[in-house]
Design a protein around this ligand. Structure first.
Ligand SMILES: C[S@@+](CC[C@H](N)C(=O)[O-])C[C@H]1O[C@@H](n2cnc3c(N)ncnc32)[C@H](O)[C@@H]1O
Length: 478
């Protein structure tokens, strides 16, 4: 990385000493100015919420002390930032569509690419799983209550902050989530208020749907943060229920849970975490009709409609700081501040994870291990007291680049579950770029040739949507 010219540092310092600190991290004065503004606002909100009682609020001595305390606090935060600490850990949050996701050291910061692909995924899911448009019967109605549609069941593996789970809950539960979302000012008030934000979303009504969403992660810190994120964003989520109360209602509600499990190692706990709850769709059925499907002894992720995962996918050489500049592709701030557990897969015996992948293997690319493992879990049928559980209809993976996307497509094509419906023309596999719903510009398309509209994998034409780097793989079966 080239050194910062001294003249630039001087210029920043002449505007504000804090700006020159921020410049060390941002390397651009306009960016440093933006960050300084956000940090100032953050300190103002912090100190406002810890203000002394209003009766002495006008006292010039107290105002002076407050101003001094703010300046000291701001300086401290700028120093932290100058050492490369991500802004999201300092401010404690990252916007994720309309949500505000709490961020803490030890848990990966949600990325904008994940935000864009989750939003695109939600629009796909709304088409694949249409809502029941019938309105629920009123209590006074003479006709028997219409049976509620079965809830849509989503399993989010490697959930981290819970950002994918919660954005899907926001976008899928209600007919038009954006029209129900509060204005930025209302959201600001709810988020920064010391009172508990309102927990009710639009609630039951025609076109709203029930969701069962479960996030799984190995990290206790991540699970604890994901649970906090439900509360922090409750004003933007559908009313949260337990799975039991979902069985009795027909409105837009969600049962969201986060559980700790290691997805790579078979265990009774993993089987329990992966087993979807069973719900009787009939509102008149007693709540005893709900139960967790008794987990089979070998873990399986079947029985869910949708499985999503943004797993660790960076190879050790691409992560390592000792690698040469050409092989280390991980930014220093990511390497130094974000958890390696979230980025680099562990070295585990490969054979135990891909036993059913036929001739496909990720021996040459151990960084693909989570994809192989999750495809295997999703394709494994599990039997429960309710009969055989089907593999998910949709699998969505975030990946590191186009090369990894192609390898993941190859792994998927090794499974009868997805190859079968692909061969008969009833399923589809697509690769999405960073911004899947934006066509590449003319220049990009003509430039490096990286924005090809399709790739050929095992003789099959796989569409590549959007613009940017290869970012995710979308697999659908019928
Ligand atoms: C790339 S982060 C993704 C976090 C979040 N889904 C997002 O998009 O921001 C990967 C997550 O996988 C979790 N993880 C790592 N190894 C795991 C394992 N063996 N089983 C379950 N989760 C694991 C990490 O703790 C981390 O939260």
């Amino acid at each position: 990385m080239p050194r910062l010219p001294f003249s630039l540092i001087r210029r920043a310092h002449s505007i504000s000493p804090n700006l020159s600190l921020l410049l060390l991290a941002t390397r651009s004065i306009p960016l440093a100015k933006a960050e300084l503004r956000w940090l100032r606002d953050h300190v103002a909100v912090e100190t406002d919420s810890s203000k002394p009682s209003p009766c002495n609020g006008d006292d010039p001595d107290i105002l002076g002390v407050q101003r001094f305390a703010r300046a000291v606090r701001l300086r401290r935060l700028c120093k932290r930032r100058s050492k490369g600490e991500p802004l999201q850990y300092i401010l404690g949050t990252q916007p994720f569509w309309p949500l505000e996701i709490l961020c803490r050291k030890g848990v990966l910061i949600p990325r904008q690419e994940t935000e864009a692909s989750t939003h695109f995924l939600a629009s796909r899911l709304n088409t694949i799983f249409p809502r029941a448009e019938s309105s629920p019967s009123s209590p006074s109605s003479a006709s028997p209550p219409a049976p509620a549609a079965a809830p849509l069941k989503i399993l989010d593996i490697c959930t981290g902050t819970g950002c994918i789970s919660l954005l899907l809950a926001h976008l899928l539960a209600n007919k038009s989530p954006s029209s129900n979302s509060p204005s930025p000012e209302e959201a600001e008030t709810a988020t920064h208020s010391t009172q508990t934000p309102p927990t009710s979303g639009p609630g039951p009504g025609p076109g709203n749907r029930q969701l069962i969403i479960r996030g799984i992660d190995i990290s206790p810190r991540a699970i604890s943060l994901a649970r906090k994120n439900i509360l922090h964003n409750s004003h933007l989520l559908p009313p949260i229920s337990t799975s039991v109360s979902l069985a009795k209602s027909s409105g837009g509600e969600a049962a969201i849970s986060f559980r700790k499990a290691d997805i790579l190692i078979p265990s009774p706990n993993l089987s329990w975490c992966l087993s979807p709850p069973r719900i009787s769709p009939s509102p008149s059925t007693p709540s005893s009709a709900f139960s967790s499907a008794s987990p089979s002894s070998s873990p399986a992720a079947s029985g869910w409609d949708v499985v999503t995962a943004n797993p660790p996918y960076i190879s050790p050489p691409s992560f390592s700081s000792s690698s040469s500049i050409t092989t280390s592709k991980t930014a220093r701030s990511v390497r130094n501040w974000e958890p390696k557990l979230a980025l680099v897969p562990p070295a585990v015996p490969i054979s135990s994870n891909i036993s059913s992948l036929g001739n496909c293997s990720c021996e040459k690319h151990p960084e693909d291990i989570f994809y192989a493992r999750i495809l295997h879990l999703a394709a494994s049928s599990s039997s429960s007291s309710y009969g055989d559980q089907q593999p998910p209809r949709v699998i969505f993976f975030e990946v590191g680049d186009l090369a990894q996307a192609i390898r993941v497509v190859e792994l998927a094509l090794c499974h009868e579950a997805w190859r079968g419906s692909f061969t008969t023309g009833t399923g589809r596999i697509e690769v999405w770029r960073d911004v899947p719903d934006m066509a590449p510009s003319q220049e990009q398309a003509e430039g490096s040739g990286e924005e090809e509209p399709s790739v050929t994998v095992q003789g099959r034409e796989i569409p590549v949507l959007g613009t940017g780097e290869g970012r995710s793989v979308f697999i659908q079966r019928y």
